[in-house]
Ligand binder design. Structure first.
Ligand code: MN
Length: 439
């Protein structure tokens, strides 16, 4: 885990004036990475958010403003994915962060060179930030697992393995998109209530899942597990993730091998990846409730106990088509925090590799739905509406059990703590379109 240093100091100010606004997601203490372009005919390339601007890494690498490891890292960030930068490792990421913090700081002699490397975010479009070789989705919220389990198995909501083994499944990378993604309501096979045979048609119980994505930096060789002590150094950073889920398809298909077509039609990420070093001020002790088993030794470490949790505050908001047409903002459905997860990012990495499985730079791990301890902190409609039985009423009077065509779901994330800057993840937005052949 990273120590606090001058890059986290809340007194630092940038010569990019918009970065100094207290409401900005991207102050100089954040410096997250994305892949962007500023016009349709320009090549995608790596960038770093500062205020309402993007520092173009290709232009920065050519500017002569950086040296040494930081320059090597900027060169690796020039391409249309961040994989090369991710593969360089924590020493390079840290060197680039320090160099950019110093160069973007008010009074820096690099201002003239880097000012020419800025692109307004309002002109940018984004791409999925890495070539994701493999995507694995975990299930790290005990509250989500219990809420869901209660609907399927009232007598035994939480299965006996939950507190011992981090549960996950291998997802699909090809349908992962970036904020702004739209997708058609999936078709699929479902068993209607009371029916004796399944039918095929548009999903009737479409849901979102509030998650964080964990982007792998350096991977591991096949057969060489990543131990807890090294796990965080292999993580490049975190992003927002919406794991769209077709609950009716899922209910029919999930036994015995788990989610399949109910999950793989679309997954939406925020464009921005916040580095683990930027998250250092917001760490919290990782404590299990009294009476719960301690993790097995291979999933435990002193550092994980003292600071394994991260207080990333997370919200989900919904904007229906009618709200959009009437100029109404998205309305918040949920506010929770990543601090409530039952398994940490380091435990996800270590468990994933304990059998010898090799992770690679750019691989994506989802945390699973990050529901908090109370029902208003739930990260999916299936929990908030108790399986659709208690619809939500929106401020304009519309009701929702599950998502309807035209609905946009927006996830936001941010960190704040006394004595530290407030940093944010930007937004992860996606919109449901009608099923193919429907209007
Ligand atoms: Mn999920």
């Amino acid at each position: 885990m990273y120590n606090l240093n001058e890059t986290h100091d809340p007194v630092q100010r940038s010569w990019v004036a918009s970065a100094n606004a207290l409401t900005s997601d991207f102050p100089i203490q954040n410096l997250p990475f994305a892949v962007f372009r500023s016009a349709g005919d320009e090549a995608f390339r790596g960038g770093v958010a500062i205020g309402d601007q993007i520092l173009d890494l290709a232009a920065t690498a050519a500017s002569g403003a950086l040296q040494g490891l930081a320059q090597q890292a900027a060169l690796a960030g020039r391409g249309d994915t961040l994989n090369a930068l991710m593969a360089l490792g924590a020493t390079h990421w840290s060197a680039l962060r320090l160099a950019l913090s110093q160069a973007l700081r008010a009074g820096s002699s690099a201002q003239a060179k880097l000012a020419a490397c800025l692109v307004p975010q309002i002109q940018a479009e984004y791409a999925v930030p890495a070539r994701i070789g493999d995507y694995t989705d975990f299930y790290t919220s005990l509250y989500h697992a219990t809420n869901i389990g209660r609907q399927f198995r009232p007598d035994q909501p939480l299965l006996p393995n939950y507190k011992w083994v981090p549960i996950g499944y291998h997802g699909r990378a090809s349908s992962i998109g970036v904020s702004g993604q739209t997708f058609a309501r999936p078709l699929g096979q479902t068993l209607a209530p009371g029916a004796t045979q399944p039918s095929m048609g548009p999903c009737q119980r479409l849901d979102y899942e509030l998650e964080l994505g964990v982007f792998m930096g350096t991977g591991n060789a096949s057969g060489e597990p990543i131990e807890m002590a090294q796990a965080e150094a292999h993580i490049f950073g975190l992003c927002l993730l919406n794991d769209w889920s077709a609950r009716d398809i899922q209910a029919w298909e999930y036994q015995p091998l788990g989610p399949f077509l109910s999950k793989n039609f679309a997954t939406t990420l925020s464009p921005w990846i916040v580095t683990m070093e930027a998250l250092a001020p917001y760490r919290l002790p990782f404590v299990r409730p009294t009476g719960d088993p301690l993790p097995l030794p291979y999933l435990d470490s002193a550092a994980n106990q003292s600071g394994g949790a991260i207080d990333v505050q997370l919200s989900v908001s919904l904007q229906t088509q009618a709200m959009r047409e009437q100029g109404q903002n998205a309305t918040r459905l949920t506010l929770t925090s990543y601090r409530h997860a039952y398994w940490t990012a380091a435990q996800m990495v270590t468990h994933h590799t304990i059998n010898g499985c090799n992770l690679q730079a750019g691989d994506l791990l989802g945390t699973g739905t990050l529901s908090g301890p109370t029902i208003d902190q739930a990260g999916a409609l299936i929990e908030l509406t108790v399986g659709g039985k208690q619809p939500l009423t929106l401020p304009n009077g519309q009701r929702r059990s599950f998502l309807e065509d035209g609905d946009s779901v927006v996830i936001n994330g941010w960190c704040e703590r006394p004595g530290a800057a407030r940093i944010g993840f930007g937004a992860c937005r996606g919109t449901v379109l009608p099923a193919r052949g429907k209007t």
